[in-house]
Design a protein around this ligand. Structure first.
Ligand SMILES: Nc1ncnc2c1ncn2[C@@H]1O[C@H](COP(=O)(O)OP(=O)(O)OP(=O)(O)O)[C@@H](O)[C@H]1O
Ligand SMILES: O=P(O)(O)OC[C@@]1(O)O[C@H](CO)[C@@H](O)[C@@H]1O
Length: 308
């Protein structure tokens, strides 16, 4: 079974405004709300790809109830720890550019965290745990590290989609997959990454630090996958970006769903990119049909390793 963990879920409030004028009253052209948070998005896309998962993490208040009900209506299994404060609302402003305001999230107590750890201790070597997104601001930076240590005790494969210290600290524990975008990868090395070649070089550093597979997405410029034995590059399909919210999460879901079926890293990478673009070209998350429609435009090539 795939388990997703969203420590800081969100109700994503997507507002479209023709032109935003700061300091003035702005009226929306359209607005939508979606349950979000990276792990929850992974669970939703997995479901659309016919793969079951169980969503874990923390939920609280009226926003938490809305998210749980929504997931249940999609027949996604949930097992969240309930917290006292409300789950956050993240604002996604679509205007000439996309602007996001992500909230810090509710207070999580030591008891809340212990309850989550008890659930993760139950996982086995047959399971995969996906840890995705930020953590509420009251939690320490070694939070993911603590959770993946539990995975290693039971031989559970784990995937991490996170930034900065959260990501750095789990690398020695050998994540099966990490998926930084090129900005996040650059931030880890205090540099700016602008090409697939640079993404491969810095991505390989993360392999040296312990990751087993690294996907680096570079939005419209494509994506790369690096592991111990191989480098792959992928082109991305052309299309109109409607909202890229959840595109990265769709890549994780596309990869895991395909890897579960084929055990091919190359094929999983191809589906991953198609799923990312299918979400970028949608308001909300991708559908299976949209993803499959884009697959022919994703060209994956194996590139040479240094010394080959
Ligand atoms: N302009 C675009 N054209 C085609 N595909 C795109 C575009 N922007 C994003 N994508 C698709 O979405 C994937 C993820 O995009 P990006 O590199 O922005 O990741 P991310 O920042 O993790 O995403 P998110 O917005 O979910 O945080 C890309 O690999 C690509 O498949
Ligand atoms: O604040 P975080 O946890 O880094 O990101 C949260 C978030 O921006 O990520 C998802 C898209 O990937 C959205 O559903 C959600 O609002």
């Amino acid at each position: 079974m795939i388990y997703t963990v969203t420590l800081n879920p969100s109700l994503d409030y997507i507002v479209e405004v023709d032109q935003v004028t700061l300091g003035e009253l702005n009226r929306t052209k359209n607005e939508t709300k979606f349950p979000g948070g990276k792990g929850i998005n992974v669970s939703q896309v997995l479901k659309r790809l016919d793969v079951d998962s169980r969503a874990l993490g923390f939920l609280g208040g009226f926003t938490g109830e809305y998210i749980e009900e929504f997931l249940k209506s999609l027949e996604i299994e949930t097992d969240f720890v309930k917290v006292t404060e409300d789950t956050r609302i993240n604002v996604k402003l679509k205007s000439e550019k996309e602007t996001e305001i992500n909230a810090k999230g509710p207070n999580i107590t030591v008891e809340n965290f212990e309850s989550l750890k008890r659930k993760i201790r139950e996982l086995t070597s047959e399971d995969i745990l996906v840890l995705a997104g930020s953590i509420p601001s009251t939690m320490p930076e070694n939070t993911y590290e603590e959770l993946v240590k539990l995975c290693n005790e039971n031989g559970t494969k784990f995937v991490v989609d996170a930034e900065g210290e959260l990501l750095k600290k789990v690398l020695p524990l050998k994540p099966f997959l990490i998926k930084p975008n090129h900005h996040e990868l650059g931030d880890l090395f205090n540099t700016v990454i602008t090409s697939k070649q640079e993404a491969i070089s810095y991505g390989r550093e993360l392999i040296n630090q312990g990751a087993q597979n690294v996907i680096v997405s570079l939005a419209e410029k494509g994506a790369v996958l690096i592991n111990k034995d191989q480098n792959f590059t992928a082109t991305v399909p052309k299309g109109e970006v409607k909202s890229s919210v959840g595109a990265g999460d769709s890549m994780v879901a596309g990869f895991l769903a395909t890897y579960a079926k084929t055990k091919s890293i190359e094929e999983a990478f191809r589906f991953s990119v198609a799923a990312g673009s299918a979400t970028a070209f949608s308001i909300g998350l991708c559908t299976r049909e949209k993803m499959e429609g884009l697959l022919p435009q994703v060209k994956v090539e194996k590139t040479k390793l240094r010394g080959e």
